[in-house]
Design a protein around this ligand. Sequence first.
Ligand code: PGA
Length: 256
Amino acid sequence: MEIIIQPSPEIATTVADRMLARLIREKPAATLGLATGGTMEPLYRELVAMNLDWSRLTTFNLDEYVGLAPGHSQSYHTFMRENLFAHVNIPKQNVNIPDGLTKNIPKFCATYEKRIQAAGGIDLQMLGIGTNGHIGFNEPLSSLASRTRIKTLSPKTRQDNARFFRPGEEAPSHCITMGIGTILESKHCLLLAFGKHKARIIAQAVEGPVTSMNPASALQLHPKVTVCLDAAAASELKLKEYCRWVFDHKPGWQKS
Ligand code: PGA
């Protein structure tokens, strides 16, 4: 696992954007796994400003709320349209986001998995992390071998997300999410976390035991994970000085 610690969220975002941009330039028909959440907004804004060619890319989003139509203001379809897809030249048919209104969830999920396989697998999977350690919407106690499926959101996640819903509007209780097993099959995972409120869960995910109580800890089992942090999110890592040293002294051949 490579841990990159930058002084601010802005600089860490730029580092992650450069990684994404390099992949898009080197592999114009790459398959990207995309995430939503506040952490991703500046990342997509900067990516849009890079004016890259998205015409041959395929994307798969991690998750969507069950019961929200694509046009709902809080759906992840809307998030992706507003933050990214409306501003880049990706063909509509290359965009994959779980359907929160599907009538047959198990069948939809099995098809989603097959579509990822048919696209050659995910080259780079973007990930945020919840304050409870979720990646995608794989809440604590998710099977580390799980595949795309319906999940019940934890009270913590519902509480964290309630701010996005209007007063009196019930935050959804269920979602469709790629599984941890699905995420672990990506060729490269890039996790971003910023802010002091993420420090404890990041330290546990990176330095703690692999446990379904902290789903992000499963990334320790993946051969290629990059974790991009600001100083606040890295503040509880025991090995933060070592991580900084490793990054600052990376041999030139390893930098590509
Ligand atoms: P955030 O969400 O980027 O809004 O903190 C991350 C997540 O819950 O995965």
